[in-house]
Design a protein around this ligand. Sequence first.
Ligand code: PMP
Length: 435
Amino acid sequence: MASHVFGRGPAPLPVAARGEGCYIFDDAGRAYLDGSGGAAVSCLGHSDPDVRAAMHAQLDRIAFAHTGFFTSEPAEELAALLCAHAPEGIGKVYLLSGGSEAVEAAIKLARQYFLETGQPDRHRLIARRQSYHGNTLGALAAGGNAWRREKYAPLLVETHHIAPCFEYHFRGDDESAFDYGQRVANELDAEIERLGPETVMAFIAEPVVGATAGAVPAVEGYFRRIREICDRHGVLLILDEVMCGMGRTGTLFACEQDGIAPDIVTIAKGLGAGYAPIGAMLCSDTIHAAIASGSGSFQHGHTYHGHPLAAAAGRAVLGAILDRGLLDQVQTRGQTLSAALDARFGQHPPVGDIRGRGLFRGLELVEDRTTKQSFDPARRLHAKIKAAAMDEGLICYPAGGTVDGRNGDHVLLAPPFIISEDEIGMLVDRLARAV
Ligand code: PMP
């Protein structure tokens, strides 16, 4: 049957018919172990009884009420719970339908903040060369992958890109990892100076880089230095935790492990956990107060923002993560996964690096393990491994990208937080066969 869905994957795709725990079943009854939760989405696995019950109950009460007229119980409860566990200073939540919308909202809020505080020239954004922040025109401008942007130029936000902080770039030079982190953080300082601090509104970064790099955290001290540079220049720090947030790295917000708090933070994927399209932009009380005492309103409303049914899903997901001790479980199972990957791939010829935090792990594939020489990007090794893994009954996320002239072939793993020790073994076995 010809498909009329305008989609993304290579046709023909299997039909997802049912989900249970860590498995997706196709319409022929074949089971696929969900080793990446889609793309770090399905943190509770498939068919979670508590989320289903919460959504059914909300659906029986009311599915939708426009936020221009009403708030709703699940939206209020979700926002309160998020703020109770958010980084220091964060006190307000704007609910949206996904990650790109949350990033758009963050950029617009930063812009409006400076307009309302009498600094209208601060409109420039600084981001990092290897990054992904979404596919709408503002979020696309922020993202670092030039090939994603080139068909859609001119974009809507003036963005300047600096180097990312990837420890795996730092390979055996005389410099320590800490000094490397300080050096690349100082690129932000230099870029702000070059552009003129009075023109820069914000710096945006993922604490652990996901889709473009395969779970790469920054080195110790990097984000503290970034925070200090932003503060010194009056530039806002936006952290994009759409992929790495919601407990994926073992803390609710990934930035907790970097010892800093942002001015604005975005979350999405794991918030709806696949049960509902939902994202959120959280901001500091300071930013909110400036807007409240200024024009009084933030013009970003989408029809479905604050959707009660989606909020009920998010509220149930967050409740499950906190009440079932899943953050601890992510840390322990994350160690099991990390040890299993080291044991299986530590000496494997094409695996040049194994990294990540919690249940957010990545492998980097290289032509030569010693020199870390990349594969020819035309080979698209990550895409081939994705296909081979599907044949093995494993879903893993292919993360390809180019970093500062280096080509990257990465495999991203982000299994549900409920994955068992046995399933971790199965995941690594299947991945090894695919690689
Ligand atoms: N930011 C990051 C860090 C992401 O990984 C993504 C999605 N991969 C987005 C933003 C965009 O989110 P969405 O696909 O929900 O629009």
